[in-house]
Design a protein around this ligand. Structure first.
Ligand SMILES: Nc1ncnc2c1ncn2[C@@H]1O[C@H](COP(=O)(O)OP(=O)(O)OP(=O)(O)O)[C@@H](O)[C@H]1O
Ligand SMILES: [Mg+2]
Length: 268
């Protein structure tokens, strides 16, 4: 086979290389590297302040990196604004809930779905067939996602009035409404009880299977990480100190020292 006929190997969905972020003197993220393929479910764990949310903020354009690269399907996207990153196929949730509290549950998802099915202003004013079709597609997407998240009964309710666990699932529905290739969840189980956390892990797995998204999940809940994730990366002081299967991570002395220490002693 000549050189030209060789198949081009597929680029990973997401790659970071040497990705760093400093806040004045503080290096929050230090030479981060990860490779995520389509449909992967990857966990990111690490002590408080180890740079997990900073990683998400840099990848999704909420912060500009001090150094390094973010590549989406081989294309550099570092430094692009969040709306552009979202259009390119990366959706995220935030560590604290960030819903439009005064909007209905349905409208929270519709707003995001309309980013994927936009109507032009003239189209909307003239109510053209195209704009009606786009609105219908957005509404279908929104209803489908609310049903998946068990929120269809609450569609008309104000988002601010939702019980906590429902609000967290609404955030995931909203992220999915942009039809991402990569879903980044920042502590989705924070504040949930253990039953809700188990149900959420199942749901995230179903979301991957149904929509074919890759998922990167930051989580302190080890049960969720260990049952859901196929691969886990460990951060400490902004740097990657371990990566492997959940079993490998649990067995790594370096990780145990840095992070799992007391928990794994308790379990032993
Ligand atoms: N916008 C900011 N300005 C200044 N310092 C920041 C900013 N964001 C994060 N930091 C600092 O960067 C470090 C990493 O923070 P980050 O939020 O990424 O940690 P984390 O791993 O998500 O922690 P947690 O588990 O508590 O959510 C911390 O020392 C934090 O105080
Ligand atoms: Mg965080």
């Amino acid at each position: 086979m000549t050189r030209d006929q060789r198949p081009i190997p597929p680029a990973p969905l997401l790659e970071t290389r040497g990705l760093s972020k400093a806040f004045r003197g503080l290096v929050a993220l230090n030479g981060h590297a990860i490779t995520v393929w389509e449909r992967d479910i990857v966990g990111v764990i690490g002590p408080n302040g180890s740079g997990k949310s900073t990683l998400f903020n840099v990848v999704t354009g909420f912060l500009k990196p001090t150094a390094g690269k973010v590549l989406l399907r081989g294309v550099p996207i570092s430094g692009r604004p969040p709306a552009q990153v979202s259009r390119l196929g990366i959706a995220r949730t935030f560590q604290g809930t960030r819903l439009f509290g005064q909007l209905s549950v349905l409208d929270n998802v519709l707003v995001a779905a309309q980013l994927r099915h936009p109507t032009s202003l003239p189209g909307a004013v003239l109510n053209t067939a195209g704009s009606r079709a786009a609105r219908r597609a957005a509404a279908d997407t929104a209803h489908e996602l609310l049903a998946l998240m068990g929120l269809e009964q609450r569609a008309g309710q104000r988002a601010a009035s939702l019980p906590y666990g429902d609000g967290r699932r609404l955030e995931i529905a909203r992220a999915l409404a942009t039809r991402p290739a990569l879903l980044m969840l920042d502590e989705p189980a924070a504040g949930l009880n253990s039953g809700e956390t188990r149900a959420l892990a199942t749901l995230i797995g179903e979301v991957r299977d149904r929509y074919g998204v890759a998922v990167i999940v930051i989580e302190h809940d080890m049960d969720l990480v260990m049952t859901l994730c196929e691969r886990v990366q460990v951060l400490a002081q902004g740097a990657v100190i371990g990566e492997g299967t959940p079993a490998e991570i649990q067995a790594s002395p370096r990780v145990r020292n840095a992070y799992l220490g007391s928990e794994s002693d308790d379990a032993a």
